[in-house]
Design a protein around this ligand. Sequence first.
Ligand code: 5RP
Length: 233
Amino acid sequence: MERRMDARQLKIAAAQAALEHVSDGMRLGIGTGSTANEFVRLLAEKVHDGFRVQGVPTSEQTARLCMELGVPLFSLDELPELDLTIDGADELDGNLNLIKGGGGALLREKIVASASTRMIVIADESKVVETLGRFPLPIEVMPFGLASTRLAVERLAATLGLSGEIVQRPDRDGPYLTDGGHFILDASFGRIPDAEALANGLAAIAGVVEHGLFLHMADAAIIATAAGVRMLT
Ligand code: 5RP
């Protein structure tokens, strides 16, 4: 119980530090996940005190929390260019390359981050790895042709010397469905020495909608540790 509270405190500390990078009037991409939720809660307190922000959520779940707490929301079509996105990550390396999508929002997260001038990642130190791949890589795929797409992913992995289980993400009553109505394959490849080659290969598979490798996208990461918060740039 006590451990869980500690983990939450770290998320709050990272979120609090991220808030210092948000200026009045900013167009802001708002991430998904438990760390991003802490950011939304703190942002909502500032909005309540008169701080102005125009938020674009990266998932229906984040949209619900923002609406509940009074954070003003816009669609990406209304605000196609954003100043900053604050989002969590499942894993990050020292070069600020990320694995995202544990919460299933990778497609919208990547679109929103791509539309932003800057992206800042918020995470606790347990997410930092030397080489990406400890966390299973989420791959968002079209339901149509699932078996062929999975086969193509397996063949690509083999050519890159990667192996490991690829499982379709389940939900309570069937397959997990993303906000876009797609499936997710979670690929437990282990260490991914050439993330660039894997990202390019996945992007070239017709049935792959998007993958959770966010390479060269983050500008900084705020890492919360028991000893305090540090910034990776
Ligand atoms: C959602 C994500 C999240 O950012 C990621 O899963 C981290 O979540 P949490 O802060 O709960 O650990 O990519 O798709």
